[in-house]
Design a protein around this ligand. Structure first.
Ligand code: KMH
Ligand code: ZN
Length: 276
């Protein structure tokens, strides 16, 4: 098995700053988090941005500041969200791609999202992918439901995407697939040949899904975007969630990938080339 790639999703769009003191909602805090996440064994940072008051923003300027802070304090692979927050326009969501992050997410279909709908119609997905292709940004395919894999194959038939790709299986969103080992195995079996994958379990399933992925040869996403707690009643810091997965993986004989090793596993250019 390859070394374990740990992605940290430290902010997200749903957690409120009054729910935890540990949400890195400013570029400065994101920079500090990036350093701590790398020290803990992480190799990818999945980025959403907030205004100082904690409200969501997808402003290019705020992402630029965050990107600079993260790159100044770490070697992590920087992955922007193009999912943003419910209610953002597709143009807002895709606008940050002009900053040419190494990676960005592409959610591969619409899904109920709590009481809302996270809208990703084919026209929206095509528009985001076209921008990714224009700016040379590597997608990470976000899969919340089994039909999303079929949607990704359709985008590949349209030549907007080529396989293999890196895929993140998001399990446990109310409205998407439940976070069970059976669902995880079923999705992994359905992936196009050669794809690498991680799993993001929501809430208390985060740890169990991580353990399953460690055993299966997949990779892991943790962070406050998906789970606020370290354990019952104990709020987590992002780096603690990363460090716990790194420890468990080490015990299981799977060391974590450094950011450079993760770039090589994912077929991304090395960091010096990415900075050029
Ligand atoms: N906040 C969700 C509506 C992504 O980052 O690409 C979408 C999301 C997915 O978080
Ligand atoms: Zn996200």
């Amino acid at each position: 098995m390859d070394p374990l790639i740990i992605t940290c999703a430290p902010v997200g769009a749903e957690v409120r700053i009054d729910q935890t003191p540990y949400l890195p909602h400013t570029p400065k805090l994101l920079g500090e988090t990036a350093r701590a996440v790398q020290q803990a064994g992480g190799s990818i940072l999945h980025v959403h941005c907030r205004n100082d008051d904690g409200s969501n923003t997808h402003s290019v300027e705020r992402f630029r500041e965050a990107y600079e802070a993260i790159r100044a304090s770490s070697e992590l692979i920087v992955q922007f969200s193009t999912g943003g927050a419910i209610g953002m326009t597709p143009e807002e969501r895709a606008g940050v791609l002009e900053l040419r992050p190494e990676m960005a997410t592409l959610t591969c279909g619409s899904v109920n999202f709590g009481d809302d709908i996270f809208e990703n119609s084919f026209p929206i997905m095509r528009a985001i992918l076209k921008k990714m292709n224009e700016y040379g940004v590597r997608p990470e395919l976000e899969i919340f439901d089994k039909g999303h894999i079929a949607n990704a194959r359709r985008l590949a038939r349209e030549r907007l995407l080529s396989f293999p790709q890196h895929v993140d299986l998001v399990l446990g969103v109310p409205g998407g697939l439940d976070a069970t080992v059976a669902n995880l195995c079923d999705l992994v079996d359905d992936l196009p040949d050669g794809c690498t994958w991680s799993v993001a379990g929501i809430g208390r399933q985060q740890l169990l899904m991580a353990m399953a992925a460690i055993a299966m040869g997949g990779h892991v996403r943790v962070g406050l975007e998906d789970n606020l707690y370290y354990g019952r009643g104990k709020l987590a810091r992002n780096e603690e969630l990363v460090a716990r997965v790194a420890r468990i993986a080490a015990e299981a004989g799977r060391p974590v990938a450094t950011p450079e090793k993760a770039r090589s596993i994912l077929g991304l250019p090395d960091r010096a080339a990415a900075a050029r």
